[in-house]
Design a protein around this ligand. Structure first.
Ligand SMILES: [Ca+2]
Length: 320
């Protein structure tokens, strides 16, 4: 029996698709729903991509469409330069997707699913945190009913890793900082997989080529969608693509590959550092401050990259 019921909150997205495959093929994970959000592309496109991936790879979980923009009502910003205009690296996609999203909006799907399985559901959020914030606003009690929240987002300056939208801010948090700050205010256990660790995990082209050769249709698909994405990273002088969302997915089944630091987390919601995530580490004393009274969460500060890449590959080989 799979030991993790997971709702995957996502904005596919090249690395979102790569993480989705890990969730789909890992035997200890039961994907109970896919909720979509604005982010890498507008929500119409991320939802369509989620439906396409579900249909093409035979993923059972329902898809619920989520928020089109941040909780403030401001315009959404998208990352076409990284993921292409279609969100999946400009590969050719069918004009029509037969599979449809369910009628329930994402945040309500989250509430209903968490209430149906109290204490069992993990929320894996790898896009903007908007759907999670909307779920908390509608039903704050769910914070006490989820098993855990695992987030890909943020940058805490560990080992000198900066943001990727500004020197201060990472894209998922920058895209809706108010939602992220509300998410960190809730008393549910959150683990953050930020750029501090995802910029330490790189898939070089050889790794992707081998996956393409060995992991059947899904391997070839990953090779295809990463061509555009890879150029973005190679142009920046990196030795491979950063493994953002899949690192967060892998944390679910292999938390021992990560080291964490505890303490409450705040998000800067205005000014120059808009979207910056700042943790007040446990054990350090400060005068009264804006972190007081907030729940402690775990921020990943170290990762064992080679075992993580091995686990990803082994899991994808199960597709063959
Ligand atoms: Ca994502």
């Amino acid at each position: 029996m799979p030991s993790h019921k997971v709702i995957y909150d996502t904005d596919p997205g090249v690395d979102d698709a790569m993480a989705l495959f890990f969730l789909h093929y890992h035997p200890d994970i039961e994907l109970v729903g896919i909720t979509t959000c604005h982010g890498n592309a507008p929500v119409e496109i991320t939802t369509r991509n989620a439906l396409y991936l579900k249909e093409r790879f035979g993923i059972d979980a329902p898809v619920a469409r989520g928020a089109a923009g941040p909780v403030t009502g401001d315009d959404a910003h998208h990352a076409a330069v990284v993921h292409g205009d279609n969100g999946l690296g400009e590969i050719e996609l069918p004009a029509e997707i037969k599979t449809k999203a369910i009628d329930t909006p994402a945040h309500r799907f989250i509430i209903e699913t968490v209430r149906k399985h109290p204490g069992e559901v993990t929320l894996l959020a790898v896009g903007r945190m908007t759907n999670l914030a909307l779920a908390l606003r509608e039903d704050p009690e769910i914070a006490g009913l989820v098993r855990q929240v695992v987030v890909m987002g943020g940058a805490f300056g560990y080992r000198g890793h900066l943001g990727n939208v500004t020197p201060a801010a990472e894209a998922n948090i920058h895209g809706d900082p108010h939602a992220a700050d509300e998410m960190f205010a809730a008393a549910w256990p959150v683990t953050v997989i930020g750029l501090d660790v995802t910029h330490e995990v790189l898939m070089p082209q050889d790794y992707l080529r081998r996956l393409g050769e060995e992991a059947g249709e899904v391997g070839r698909f990953i090779w295809d969608i990463t061509r555009f994405y890879e150029n973005f990273y190679l142009d920046k002088g990196l030795a491979g693509i950063s493994v953002h969302d899949a690192s967060a997915a892998i944390y679910l089944v292999a938390p021992d590959l990560f080291e964490t630091r505890s303490g409450p987390v705040r998000v800067v919601c205005e000014g120059l550092a808009f979207g910056q995530t700042i943790q007040r580490p446990a054990g350090i004393g400060f005068p009264p401050n804006d972190w007081d009274g907030r729940p402690s969460h775990a921020v990943c500060i170290e990762v064992k990259d080679q075992p993580l890449l091995d686990l990803y590959r082994q899991t994808l080989l199960r597709a063959v």
